[in-house]
Design a binder for this molecule. Structure first.
Ligand code: ADP
Ligand SMILES: Cc1cn([C@H]2C[C@H](O)[C@@H](COP(=O)(O)O)O2)c(=O)[nH]c1=O
Length: 216
């Protein structure tokens, strides 16, 4: 039975790596995939992982109909055995509906990969639609960790290591950015709620306010 599967997690938990592995294993057995992406850090039309692997992909445009794109490809004699959609949080909800239609009407598996929530811990519209429509939502097994060692469940946006909570929902970026730049850091819920990034925790540990009080 073909499925729409949503592989979700925080940033930096291995989603794109898994997408590339699924692509590799299937294409190695002669299956043909259609790979979609949007706003990958490596540039337009790329699906990249931090492990250094990268493959070409179709860069999805704002109003592009993914169902029509696939039907056009098939009607021109192309073959598609499965679809991969990376950075799926950036797809519009209607495009997720089109992917569900690919599964139901064309009998093709669709594997979507993306972060569920943004830097304010609000659902991305595309991810919300995936949670609503997917046959399965899979949480990746390799845990990304908060600086405290707990499982990271939330994405923080940082400027100079400090967490910010205002701004546009979409700002392409990466974890481990140089000080001063806009970046991201994965945190557990407790530290996301307290806006306690690794840099903030280090600063607090060095502050005289938290040093033990002398008994003399
Ligand atoms: N130098 C490295 N050695 C081993 N694993 C690494 C290295 N750099 C990154 N990784 C792994 O890659 C993961 C990020 O993979 P990636 O597919 O880019 O994540 P995502 O798409 O979820 O943001 C990290 O969680 C880590 O497990
Ligand atoms: C939290 C958050 C992230 N983004 C961007 C930052 C990256 O470009 C991607 C996530 O990519 P990854 O492969 O999962 O690391 O999303 C954003 O635009 N807005 C956010 O709130």
């Amino acid at each position: 039975m073909p499925e729409l599967v949503f592989f979700s997690g925080t940033m930096d938990c291995g989603k794109s790596t898994l997408a590339l592995q699924i692509e590799h294993n299937r294409s190695a057995r002669g299956l043909a995939g259609m790979i979609f992406t949007r706003n990958d850090r490596a540039g337009a039309g790329k699906l990249s992982s931090r492990l250094g692997l990268v493959t070409d992909a179709v860069e999805v445009a704002d109003a592009q109909d993914l169902y029509v794109y696939i039907v056009d490809h098939l009607s021109q004699g192309g073959r598609i055995d499965y679809v991969i959609a990376d950075e799926a949080q950036f797809l519009a909800p209607v495009q997720i509906d089109q992917l569900a239609r690919v599964v139901d009407d064309l009998g093709v598996d669709v594997f979507a990969f993306g972060i569920t929530t943004d830097f304010r811990s609000k659902l991305f519209p595309g991810s919300q639609r995936l949670v609503e429509l997917a046959d399965r939502v899979e949480v990746l097994q390799v845990e990304a960790l908060c600086w405290c060692g707990a499982r990271a469940t939330h994405n923080a946006r940082t400027v100079g290591g400090e967490m910010v909570v205002e701004g546009a929902q979409v700002v392409v970026g990466d974890v481990n950015q140089a000080a001063g730049e806009v970046g991201y850091e994965v945190l557990c819920r407790r530290h996301h709620r307290r806006r306690m990034t690794a840099a903030a925790a280090r600063a607090a540990a060095l502050s005289p306010d938290v040093l033990p009080v002398s008994s003399s």
